[in-house]
Design a binder for this molecule. Sequence first.
Ligand code: HEC
Length: 97
Amino acid sequence: MKKITGLVASALLVAASMSVQADGQAIYDKHCKGCHVAGVGNAPKPDDAAAWEARKAKGMDAMLQTVTAGKGAMPPKGTCMSCDADTLKAAIEVLVP
Ligand code: HEC
């Protein structure tokens, strides 16, 4: 019985640690990709390292702030109004090269 409880606990741990990344990917696919892959309104593309250079230099907190407030053609929270800061951060990590 003890062994089974241990197995269940470690399976739950794995699931918990995976869900943050999976969320980021899912949110990115659903809310961010459309604009950023197509470059809508001059959105920096995921593979455009040069476009991200200056933005990365400002740091994750500054990028998170920009996304939360919206900028130019990007609506607040990149259209994911139900996203909290951690989820947006995970999506930014998927997007930024
Ligand atoms: C409607 C189109 C659109 C959607 C949807 C969108 N973006 Fe953007 N995003 C833009 C545009 C346009 C810019 C460039 C803004 C500028 O610099 O004027 C931008 C800029 C950014 C930046 C750079 C911010 C900075 O500090 O300069 C990040 C990071 C980002 N988006 C992340 C995201 C994430 C994460 C999502 C999804 C949750 C998302 N975007 C959804 C259009 C979009």
